[in-house]
Write a protein that binds this ligand. Structure first.
Ligand SMILES: Cc1cc2nc3c(=O)[nH]c(=O)nc-3n(C[C@H](O)[C@H](O)[C@H](O)COP(=O)(O)OP(=O)(O)OC[C@H]3O[C@@H](n4cnc5c(N)ncnc54)[C@H](O)[C@@H]3O)c2cc1C
Length: 249
């Protein structure tokens, strides 16, 4: 059973009509970078709605940060969008999830591929830094529909100063051309080799592990290309492989 604690809203940033972040303060127990929290809001005397959201902040940071997409007619995301500073909601004391560095085997190149708000767990992992010494290179693919949604790029560029050449960042905008980004969807850009060519590194079972997070269509299609075209295998605890994934819906 989830053990809930009160969480106070300390900051809300609404970047666009659909994309926002909230910062909460709450007495949670330490989590692992890459994990998610359950959040609950009371909607009637006896009824709460609950959804899960990945931590963006590093575990040592007291500001608990979540990046959220407002879903049209989505009950929870609408409630969260309209929160006000000082309001209290509920958060799970313990975090959940296995999308963490503990679960990823040592390899030369770690590929992190995110769509939209799924950049969150990678920001947490990179800000934390724990366990990243087991990779020579980290390649972060940050895919959104429009360039205005690349809201975590300033933070990622700041993080890059810490990792220098070890971290490569590639942004993708699927719905528009943008000077510093590739255009299209991750599966297509893998299929036609544009992603690898542009970055200058190859994906192969000998060197690579790929973490996929976000839109389930992207995760499913990318997994299938990585398996069929690049000979990678899904990573399971009982059978080590090269692909770890987390679906947001
Ligand atoms: C492990 C995990 C971590 C998650 N972390 C985040 C997070 O950090 N930020 C976040 O915004 N959501 C995250 N989600 C999704 C979140 O739990 C809710 O499903 C989402 O906020 C919609 O809730 P709702 O009540 O507003 O809409 P609902 O009425 O529950 O509508 C759900 C529908 O919204 C769409 N949808 C859900 N999440 C997203 C999304 N992130 N981007 C685009 N479309 C979406 C899907 O079509 C889905 O069928 C996560 C989900 C999982 C399983």
């Amino acid at each position: 059973m989830t053990y809930w604690v009160n969480a106070k809203v300390v900051k809300i940033t609404r970047w666009t009509k659909r994309l926002f972040k909230i910062i909460l303060h709450a007495p949670i127990t330490p989590f692992l970078a890459g994990q998610f929290a359950k959040i609950a809001i009371k909607i009637s005397e006896k009824k709460y709605i609950k959804r899960v959201y990945s931590y963006v902040n590093a575990p040592h940071d007291k500001n608990l940060e979540f990046v959220i997409t407002l879903i049209p007619n989505g009950i929870m995301s609408n409630k969260l969008y309209h929160l006000t500073i000082g309001e209290e909601i509920l958060i799970s004391k313990e975090a959940s999830g296995f999308f963490t560095m503990q679960e990823i085997p040592t390899c030369q190149i770690l590929w992190m591929m995110a769509t939209g708000t799924a950049i969150g767990p990678f920001c947490s992992i990179l800000q934390d830094g724990t366990g990243l010494e087991k990779f020579k290179k980290i390649i972060l693919i940050y895919a959104v529909k429009y360039a205005t949604e690349l809201v975590y790029l300033p933070l990622i560029n700041k993080i890059k100063k810490r990792y220098q050449n070890k971290l490569i960042i590639q942004t993708i905008t699927s719905q528009e051309k943008n000077i510093n980004s590739l255009t299209g969807r991750i599966p297509k850009l893998l299929c036609n080799n544009i992603l690898e060519q542009n970055i200058g590194y190859n994906i192969c079972p000998k060197t690579s592990h790929v973490m996929l997070c976000g839109n389930p269509d992207m995760v499913k299609e990318t997994q299938s290309i990585l398996i069929q075209k690049f000979n990678l295998k899904k990573h399971l605890r009982r059978m080590p492989g090269h692909i770890s994934s987390e679906n947001y819906w």
